[in-house]
Design a protein around this ligand. Sequence first.
Ligand SMILES: CC(C)(COP(=O)(O)OP(=O)(O)OC[C@H]1O[C@@H](n2cnc3c(N)ncnc32)[C@H](O)[C@@H]1OP(=O)(O)O)[C@@H](O)C(=O)NCCC(=O)NCCS
Length: 382
Amino acid sequence: MMERISRGLEDVDIKWTRLTTIDGERGILRYSGYSVEDLVNGGASAEEIQYLFLNGELPREQELRDFSSKVERGYHVPAHVLSAISNLPRSSDAVALQMGAFAALAASERFKWDKTTDRDVAASTIGNMLTITANVYRHVEGMPFTEPDPRGGYATAFLRAALGREPTDEESKAMNAALILYMDHEVPASTTAGLVVVSTLSDMYSGVTGALAALKGPLHGGAAEAAIAQFAEIGSEDSVEKWFQENILSGRRRLMGFGHRVYRTYDPRARIFKGFAERLAPRNPEAYKYYRIALKLEELGIAQFGSKGIYPNTDFWSGIVYMSIGFPLKNNIYTSLFALSRITGWLAHFIEYVEEQHRLIRPRAVYTGPGERRFIPLASRS
Ligand SMILES: CC(C)(COP(=O)(O)OP(=O)(O)OC[C@H]1O[C@@H](n2cnc3c(N)ncnc32)[C@H](O)[C@@H]1OP(=O)(O)O)[C@@H](O)C(=O)NCCC(=O)NCCS
């Protein structure tokens, strides 16, 4: 009986996809055939890759302009969506605040799956996410809400809206790379959670809310914050070895930002993030301290776990990049930045599934409880 169960749905294929392919043994990640290294090093913009995910091909100039204006239309979000954020305490988890905002969109937007409009709704939802994430950050920091100015493209518009200042080219470039690197990763827990939601033909916004709920956990997106919180706990470069010995080797705690269900080698995204961390961290004393700690911890982690196929994943280095850009380590903000990027992958998988291979996701459970029993009323129960 028990052998019917696939624990953690490991090795279960739940859909086919034209979006993303991962070779976990060789450390390769491709979006519609393009390697992530090629896209980031070749100077692709986040909006080009958003278009690629929703349309299957890279856009030509006019196509990109049309797409961008659909995304930008989503920068205006209804007032009640912003109220859903401001009504919650400033100490809230940033991903939970994003969930509140998407639940508010699910409450008010009239949505019906329709091949002729799904991609346009997805584009404006990607725009909504920019405004929601920027204002979630501003709420946590006690800053007034803002409506984004689209100049300079998605990454620049986001940083300007969130931070309330003009970002440098280097910051926009790093944010753009982060947006691309986190954009899709096949069907991890968050995408699968969202797919379960939309398989009931619930709306896109509810699908995103479900995906955000799964992303929040420390074994998934929460690791972006947990990894850097671990560097903060270590405190200094000199304490790395002692901390590793006491907590990981003797304490048997998990090294955050290491290990992956699919990769058995160095995560290709982590390598690119590490390059940005190397270039950006020296400008920010706190980020640089964590960068030095991370370098040493990475060396110890690979020496200890590499032979078991446990290597740094993307979350090991991304937090240092976010911190170098100017985002503080608090309230799970780094995971909300991961979500800002991943929403494109979620929506593209939802559309692929609902439009082309829809079936209600409803698995079974193998019952192992007692056999038939008679109910005894409370007063007669001894
Ligand atoms: C991501 C993760 C859940 C995937 O793990 P998984 O496929 O479920 O693998 P398992 O949890 O079954 O781990 C297999 C073995 O490797 C060990 N392992 C896996 N990741 C580890 C880590 N980060 N630190 C220490 N040991 C780890 C487990 O303890 C287990 O050892 P055992 O066989 O001696 O019991 C896991 O690697 C992890 O918890 N990583 C830390 C959190 C993280 O960075 N998440 C972000 C993922 S992108």
